[in-house]
Ligand binder design. Structure first.
Ligand SMILES: CSC[C@@H](O)[C@@H](O)C(=O)COP(=O)(O)O
Length: 363
């Protein structure tokens, strides 16, 4: 599928150069919205660090970054000795798996990379490395296509004149381009539907304020930023007709892990009779988990809460709990928008029917 070149694409991340001495280039999202800076990662540990510190973030984007990162592991090992090249690639993959635990796209992408290494055993070193880079590029390219498709399917849910609330950032920055939840909004907006977005700022790291507000503004979509604790009031005032968010891991029954605070938004939507939608590609489903209870939830540094963005805002030594994600039960989700169409009702049977049989288990 071709991309609409009239629209401002983001090129969130990509590979520069060839397999032997190229590198990963990505937008450093920690510096947005005040600075738009791309950084180059030339070794596996800088990709690991970029993922862990949220320079690159969002479930699909971290999968893509990790896939490219594995190539850097192969480069370091060199293509002269096939065994050490394979070891370099596999060690890089194993290491990148430890960068963040919740988004299944990371493990899905690295599973693909490891399968590529396995399936190309007979190749010489340079060709194997080239093949792994081709697979990483395919993961990025397919993500672009999936996001456009999600946008098209999801736009059907949007009525003109609607207020739409979103949480965190599920935009172009969280994917190879265009986004998931924001793809739905971009697509409806491009189709001429008048929409107004309420972006939750998304404590503690402000992905909504720093990234979602920036992306919507950049594309000319009307947006109002609110603090997370204003969502109930904005809904009560009748300003919101639908909620749409992204996802980091969706279990077989539709329970959905997404940025902390999403579960609360879903409860508020239910209380106000507002439809609550999730938008995610098939790479975000983990059908090896029957429900959301075993989705690993990342715990992050307490200083993100006590000293966010450099200023101390809590007393020294205070006890802090900082889970980065929560799980919204499937019963609170009216539909999941995927690249293969809408999943509605959200249950195991409809998910299986839309996505096909479960893949092998992922960590
Ligand atoms: C299309 S991205 C979907 C999710 O990854 C997104 O909503 C989210 O929770 C991102 O969390 P983050 O901690 O910023 O990586």
């Amino acid at each position: 599928m071709s991309l609409d070149t009239a629209e401002p694409t983001l090129e969130t991340l990509g590979w520069v150069g060839n397999a032997i001495d190229g590198h990963v280039r990505l937008i450093d999202q920690t510096r947005l919205p005040t600075e738009f800076v791309r950084i180059d990662c030339r070794d596996v540990s800088s990709v690991w660090e970029a993922i862990r510190s949220l320079r690159v973030r969002g479930a699909p984007a971290i999968g893509i970054a990790a896939a490219f990162g594995a190539v850097l592991g192969g480069q370091k090992a060199g293509t002269g000795d096939l065994d050490s090249l394979r070891r370099g690639l596999l060690d890089a993959s194993a290491y990148l798996r430890t960068s963040r635990p919740t988004a299944v796209n990371l493990f899905w992408a690295l599973d693909r990379i490891e399968r590529t290494i396995e399936e190309n055993r007979g190749l010489d070193g340079p060709t194997l490395l080239e093949r792994v880079l081709t697979e990483a590029r395919a993961i990025a390219d397919e993500d672009k296509v999936m996001c456009r498709s999600i946008g098209r399917f999801g736009a059907e849910l949007v009525g003109t004149g609607q207020g739409i609330l979103t949480h965190c950032n599920a935009g172009g920055l969280a994917t190879a381009d265009y986004g998931t939840a924001l793809a739905v909004i971009f697509s409806a907006h491009s189709a001429g539907k008048a929409v107004h977005v309420f972006a939750d700022e998304t404590r503690p790291l402000l992905q909504g304020a720093r990234l979602t507000a920036w992306e919507l503004q950049r594309r000319g979509v009307p947006v109002t930023l609110i603090c997370d604790n204003m969502a109930a009031q904005v809904m009560k005032e009748g300003k919101v007709q639908m909620v749409i968010v992204g996802a980091d891991r969706i279990a077989a029954n539709g329970d959905t892990a997404n940025k902390i605070g999403t579960y609360g938004v879903a409860l508020l939507a239910k209380a106000h009779g507002i439809p609550f939608y999730v938008a995610a590609p098939s790479s975000t489903f983990d059908l090896s988990l029957p429900d959301g209870s075993s989705i690993p939830i990342e715990q992050r540094d307490p200083r993100e809460i006590t000293q966010g963005f450099g200023r101390q805002t809590a007393p020294e030594g205070i006890s802090v709990y900082n889970p980065a994600f929560d799980v919204t039960p499937a019963q609170l989700i009216d539909a999941i928008v995927t690249e293969r169409g809408l999943i509605r009702p959200v249950d195991a049977k409809t998910i299986r029917k839309t996505l096909g049989p479960p893949r092998s288990s992922q960590s």
